[in-house]
Design a binder for this molecule. Structure first.
Ligand SMILES: [Zn+2]
Length: 312
């Protein structure tokens, strides 16, 4: 999503590469520019958007508004949170949680490594156990992100708390190579992280496209081709309600439409690659035929990788 931490890291890396290629005085200039741009960035950083808590089913809530969605599951023994937004959202997030329950946070499940889903890991009480896929942990360690998961798994991990079940599982690659889906069997609810979004990072989906924010992070092991198989594994579960990584809560039918559009995109891009069409042609097609945002990260950053994958 546009305000992910790793996005800022990427621009710093690019600036660092520039510095290595220049003479010392030019490097000094870049350092001054870099420092002032970092100060500007801090000063110009928009304040976090206010959060909202919404009840989905008995004992299950979603906190929306800024960064990734947070799912909150209330049990007699404590809370399970799925994702915890940016660090800057922590106080507002906890005040929204405290408006519905005074139970302690027992588990935080990170759906993937990106900072808009894991940023408050460093602030959650030490009594809470942070869980994530082993590849998500590896990406967070590599990115020097604070408080990566202390408990990792590879295929599936089940939590039994307060007489209730929560199943976290990794059906394959999609948005990254360390994505976790979280299933609440008693309530038939699925939290998906960024493998399924109904809006971009700011909650916007002006074309109402099911695949508006289908962003594949190739730098973190994501795959557009693997995404379909992953989606099919997820759709084998019995659920009626979906908490996406970003955007409004959805029904299973919307996810089925998204799955069908993904298939259509794959066929369309594959044939365009065979016809020798350019990246710009594919970007234009995604905007006009599938309602993608011309300035969205999915359109700007995923298309090279998609074309490479669909070349064969
Ligand atoms: Zn993400």
């Amino acid at each position: 999503m546009p305000r992910d931490d790793w996005h800022m890291d990427e621009s710093k890396i690019r600036k660092g590469m520039l510095m290595r290629q220049t003479r010392p005085w030019t490097a000094c200039f870049f350092i001054v520019t870099l420092i002032s741009s970092m100060v500007d960035h801090a000063q110009n950083q928009p304040p976090p958007l206010p959060l909202k808590i919404e009840k989905l089913k008995d004992d299950l809530y979603v906190v929306t508004g800024d960064a990734g969605n947070t799912t909150v599951y209330v049990t007699e023994e404590g809370l399970v949170l799925v994702d915890d937004k940016f660090e800057r959202n922590y106080d507002d997030l906890m005040s929204k949680v405290r408006s519905v329950t005074d139970k302690p946070v027992k588990y935080v499940i990170n759906t993937h490594a990106h900072g808009d889903h894991t940023g408050s890991n460093a602030k959650v009480p030490p009594t809470a156990l942070i869980i994530g896929h082993e590849n998500a942990r590896a990406a967070m360690v590599k990115g020097k992100q604070a408080a990566p998961p202390s408990l990792t798994y590879t295929e599936r991990i089940a939590i039994r708390i307060g007489g209730k079940d929560v199943i976290a599982f990794h059906p394959g690659r999609c948005h990254t190579d360390g994505d976790t889906f979280v299933y609440f069997p008693a309530l038939k609810v699925m939290s998906t992280g960024d493998c399924y979004n109904t809006a971009n990072g700011q909650g916007v989906n002006f074309t109402n496209s099911p695949t508006f924010s289908l962003y594949t992070d190739y730098n973190t092991g994501g795959s557009f081709v693997a995404w379909e198989k992953t989606a099919d594994e997820v759709l084998k579960f019995d659920f009626d309600t979906v908490v996406p990584g970003h955007g409004p809560v959805a029904k299973r039918d919307q996810m089925l439409k998204w799955r069908a559009d993904m298939d259509a995109i794959q066929k369309r891009v594959r044939s365009m690659v065979r016809e020798g069409k350019s990246k710009e042609d594919v970007q234009k097609m995604l905007v006009t035929e599938f309602g993608w945002d011309p300035k969205g990260r999915a359109t700007l950053s995923s298309v090279d990788g998609m074309m490479n994958e669909l070349r064969y």
